[in-house]
Design a protein around this ligand. Structure first.
Ligand code: SF4
Ligand code: SF4
Length: 483
């Protein structure tokens, strides 16, 4: 017997009838046996019945489609009015929402040569990479830029700071938003741009807080960027109505039953996605499970396999059990001989990179410091008076240390708190790229092993040392903090 199967959230629609499946079923299913069944019957699996039902679905919803198209096309035209077409960007992930967004924008603007930015997280489903390649071929006029972090290896970072968890998604900045911001900055630094992306209000509570069009620089990360979503009010079914009616090629992962295609290892993936990955990405999934079990043992979980298989690893918080956790702990003593001077522990030797961390506070003036002490004074940017003195220090109990004294300021504690944030960056930075994305002046660059703040670009806005924007001065404080 053959059936047409459609999956949506936790429901399956088999020949049009809704069937609810318990999550537990996905967790306990014998996926090896299912894989064998799939292989055995693969030649009999076709889209004949599915396509027939799709035709009915399209027929019945023609008016809805026309309404969606008219409304979205006029939204796009209106949003794009104030921008030259070369300053319009399509954010492309290979998922269904960004596929529809790109198609709507290209058609509304009758322009096939818009810039596309594909964020390749290095953790994509194989079907996503294949789809991106096909998309590129079928859109030969599009300017297609790939944003990818070539410098970091996902597993190596997991070894160091632990795998991502629901509240510890360091990978988003490192592999997605960071590389995308880099590409946008290199193309458009200081120019106003409009990015169309496929955010939808119904996707999650968090997303429902976004506006359909947004130009608040804080939330959109790069300077002078407006972001707009033509499909903001669309439901899941609207997306499929558009894709199937307009006969748009889409990511094969959806045909396998995935309802979202992000990173294959995302802790936010649901049970069904993991069940499907066990079937369709068997080797990669086994390797990931083995890694998680070994990691769980390393951080002292007694029943490591259960911790992994029941999904408890996704609720991990902080850096318990990890050596790296020591790097975010700020250790200091107050200098007994001088007022407003603190001696901070460093996890590696004092060097110029540490001194350059003080650029946000003012002008580095080593020529005015005591040479024998290797002292660097920092001058207030406007008044040109020294407000900080930095020098390497030796202290019992600390292999490496720095002495930092503040002067000529009203609030010494506040300045020392911000200085502490920079010391933490020096000790704990794992190159997650958050700082690069955060600095709207483009002054921060993280290349290879070095963190560099360009004094000529820094406008001393202090965003990078303000808790509101970067709590603790470094994302690692959140990811590795222990109680
Ligand atoms: S965020 Fe502000 S203070 Fe920090 S480096 Fe950039 S411009 Fe300078
Ligand atoms: S200092 Fe921290 S927040 Fe900034 S890039 Fe490095 S790891 Fe990320």
């Amino acid at each position: 017997m053959r059936s047409s199967v459609w999956a949506a959230n936790n429901r399956y629609y088999i020949d049009g009838k809704s069937v609810a499946l318990a999550n537990k079923l996905f967790q306990t299913a014998d996926t090896d046996a299912l894989s064998r069944q799939l292989e055995k019957y693969k030649d009999q699996n076709d889209y004949k019945y599915f396509d027939e039902n799709v035709q009915k679905f399209i027929e019945a919803n023609k008016d809805r489609l026309n309404y969606l198209k008219d409304e979205a096309f006029s939204f796009v035209k209106q949003a794009a009015e104030k921008f030259d077409e070369e300053r319009i960007v399509l954010s492309f992930s290979g998922g269904k929402d960004s596929t529809v967004t790109a198609d709507v924008v290209i058609k509304a603007m009758s322009n096939p040569s818009l810039v596309h930015i594909f964020g390749d997280t290095t953790l994509e489903f194989p079907a996503t990479t294949e789809y991106a390649t096909r998309y590129r071929k079928s859109h030969p006029y599009a300017i297609f830029k790939v944003a990818k972090n070539y410098e970091q290896d996902f597993y190596s970072v997991c070894e160091d700071i632990g795998p991502p968890a629901r509240l510890l998604r360091w990978c988003c900045s490192m592999f997605k938003t960071g590389p995308i911001t880099r590409v946008l900055n290199s193309l458009y630094r200081n120019q106003a741009i409009l990015t169309f992306y496929g955010v939808r209000k119904s996707e999650s509570v968090n997303r429902s807080k976004y506006n359909r069009i947004e130009d608040d620089a804080e939330s959109v990360k790069i300077q002078k960027q407006t972001v707009a979503s033509p499909i903001f009010f669309w439901r899941d079914i609207d997306i499929w109505l558009y894709i199937l009616s307009e006969k748009i090629d889409f990511n094969e992962a959806y045909r396998l039953g995935y309802d979202r295609v992000g990173c294959w290892c995302c802790p936010n993936n649901n049970q069904r996605a993991q069940f499907l990955s066990r079937i369709y990405m068997t080797e990669r999934f086994k390797e990931w499970r083995e890694f998680l079990v070994a990691f769980a043992k390393r951080i002292g979980k007694l029943d490591a396999e259960e911790y992994v298989d029941t999904g408890k690893w996704k609720a991990r918080q902080g850096g318990n059990g990890l050596a790296a956790a020591g790097d975010v702990k700020l250790k200091f003593t107050s200098c007994t001989a001088e007022d407003h001077a603190k001696i901070y522990r460093l996890v590696r030797p004092f060097d110029d990179e540490l001194v350059r961390m003080f650029v946000p506070f003012g002008i580095l003036a080593p020529e005015l410091g005591k040479k024998l002490l290797n002292e660097t004074p920092i001058l207030d940017y406007s008044a040109k008076v020294p407000i900080i003195s930095v020098q390497p220090f030796s202290q019992d109990g600390y292999d490496n240390a720095v002495k930092v004294k503040t002067m000529n300021v009203a609030d010494h504690d506040d300045l020392q708190r911000m200085i502490g944030y920079q010391i933490r960056k020096f000790n704990a930075c794992r190159k997650c790229l958050k700082c690069e994305s955060l600095c709207k002046a483009g002054a921060i660059s993280i290349v290879g092993d070095s963190y560099y703040i360009n004094p000529d670009k820094c406008v001393r806005c202090k965003i990078c040392v303000t808790a509101k924007y970067l709590d603790g001065g470094c994302m690692m404080d959140k990811y590795l903090r222990t109680k």
